[in-house]
Write a protein that binds this ligand. Structure first.
Ligand SMILES: *[C@@H]1O[C@H](CO)[C@@H](O)[C@H](O)[C@H]1NC(C)=O
Ligand SMILES: *[C@@H]1O[C@H](CO)[C@@H](O)[C@H](O)[C@H]1NC(C)=O
Ligand SMILES: *[C@@H]1O[C@H](CO)[C@@H](O)[C@H](O)[C@H]1NC(C)=O
Ligand SMILES: *[C@@H]1O[C@H](CO)[C@@H](O)[C@H](O)[C@H]1NC(C)=O
Ligand SMILES: *[C@@H]1O[C@H](CO)[C@@H](O)[C@H](O)[C@H]1NC(C)=O
Length: 380
């Protein structure tokens, strides 16, 4: 599987989650000597302008990204696709990733997890997010001495549209009859859980991976309401979630919150709504995430890549316009910018909690050749 993945040209989708994790590793290894601290350097226009300079020796760090966000008020999108042997990878303009992406993404991930305390990683999002998840998990699973297994996968009903109530019911809680499910409007959005044993330095550690399917920024495909009479004496405690996102943050992940959560807001779906509606939902979503996730959980937001009109499989979808006459990619670009705007204060203070990445829409625009159907990248 991994050989297949790596032999394809879609390194963007193979490595990005790994890079994030590697970035995360940086948080815990700030004192290591082979990095130098970006904060002590000035980011000048000469090094971050449109004029492409491949030779940068600055390592990618959160401090450096933060400095960029603060100064330029947008995600970094400059860089260049580089061909190495028959594969392509993206070299951002502002910094260099420490490891050789092409050589060993699984090994890079192993090292980063070995050196950090990360043992539970959750991704959240639609079918594209699901592909990132599979890539990350497979890259990790396929390298070195470790054993991995699937714990559970959502068993979708009604042609794949109905979420699996049992999957979301916790074994220690009798919630099954109180969870209400509705259509998720995405038959390729499926949650799953995996467990790996990572062996390093004569130690073995469990690493848990989990993907939580989500098709809209806010939606009601999973709801929970446990009536008072089922809560014994604890009548005052409200067990109630009217959106899937409340349910996931408040109940589903509770007691076992992840060390890292990588959120791919599903803008390929949300593009169909009015801009203001999704903008408000993004704010609400982020407020929920910050309110319910414990402060030790690192929250990464990944912007949505480009869509491609010419790659769509049915002509009825080509050049379709959405709110204010925008094409899909224009709409997604707006939504990515709204997201950045919502996150701005958190991204530009050193909270150690909220992180973003490169402007994936911008850097993916040159990769129409990878587009499978206008929305998904062809790699699996
Ligand atoms: C990892 O966890 C251990 C035990 O909880 C703690 O002592 C150590 O400081 C942590 N390391 C990092 C880098 O956070
Ligand atoms: C950064 O730039 C400012 C203004 O140009 C200058 O005063 C300062 O010394 C520079 N700092 C470093 C570390 O180069
Ligand atoms: C769940 O229901 C079973 C059977 O009704 C009961 O024995 C058990 O105590 C309940 N568990 C909880 C956590 O309420
Ligand atoms: C692992 O165990 C072997 C044999 O007991 C020992 O020689 C080696 O130093 C250990 N390595 C580490 C990193 O602890
Ligand atoms: C879509 O729009 C582009 C740019 O305006 C145009 O060249 C193309 O012919 C259109 N395609 C269809 C199927 O309408």
């Amino acid at each position: 599987m991994i050989i297949h993945l790596l032999s394809k040209h879609s390194v963007l989708f193979i490595v990005l989650p790994l890079l994030i994790i590697a970035g995360y590793y940086r948080i815990f290894s700030d004192k290591t000597a082979d990095y130098y601290d970006a904060r002590s350097r000035n980011l000048t226009d000469a090094t971050i302008g449109t004029d492409m300079e491949l030779e940068t020796s600055r390592p990618c760090t959160h401090a450096l990204f933060r400095e960029f966000y603060t100064k330029y008020k947008h995600l970094p999108g400059h860089g260049r696709w580089i061909r190495k042997e028959d594969q392509l990878y993206f070299q951002p303009k502002i910094c260099k990733f420490k490891f050789d992406i092409m050589e060993n993404s699984g090994e890079a991930l192993r090292q980063c997890l070995s050196h950090s305390n990360v043992s539970h990683i959750v991704t959240m999002g639609d079918s594209n997010a699901g592909r990132h998840y599979v890539t990350m998990y497979e890259a990790f699973r396929s390298f070195g001495r470790k054993t991995c297994r699937t714990i559970d996968t959502e068993d979708l009903a009604e042609g794949g549209f109905l979420p699996d109530k049992n999957y979301f019911t916790k074994s220690d809680k009798n919630w099954t009859e109180f969870i209400q499910i509705h259509y998720r409007y995405c038959r390729t959005c499926k949650s799953s859980r995996h467990l790996c044993h990572l062996t390093y330095a004569n130690q073995t550690r469990d690493i848990r991976f989990q993907h939580v399917a989500m098709t809209m920024v806010m939606d009601d495909s999973i709801q929970l309401h446990v009536p008072d009479f089922r809560r014994g004496s604890g009548l005052l405690e409200d067990v109630f979630a009217i959106t899937s996102q409340q349910f996931i943050f408040r109940y589903y992940l509770a007691d076992d919150y992840p060390d890292v959560i990588i959120i791919f807001l599903p803008f390929n779906h949300a593009k169909r709504l009015a801009l203001e509606i999704t903008a408000a939902e993004i704010e609400y979503f982020h407020a929920l995430a910050k309110y319910y996730l414990p402060t030790y959980t690192k929250i990464f937001y990944m912007p949505t890549p480009s869509e491609f009109e010419r790659s769509r499989l049915a002509s009825v979808w080509i050049n379709r316009t959405y709110d204010r006459g925008m094409l899909a990619t224009e709409m997604i670009d707006e939504l990515n910018q709204k997201l950045f705007h919502v996150l701005f204060d958190d991204l530009t203070t050193d909270s150690g909690r909220v992180f973003a990445f490169l402007d994936l829409l911008k850097i993916s625009q040159d990769r129409e050749d990878w587009s499978e159907d206008g929305v998904h990248m062809d790699w699996i």
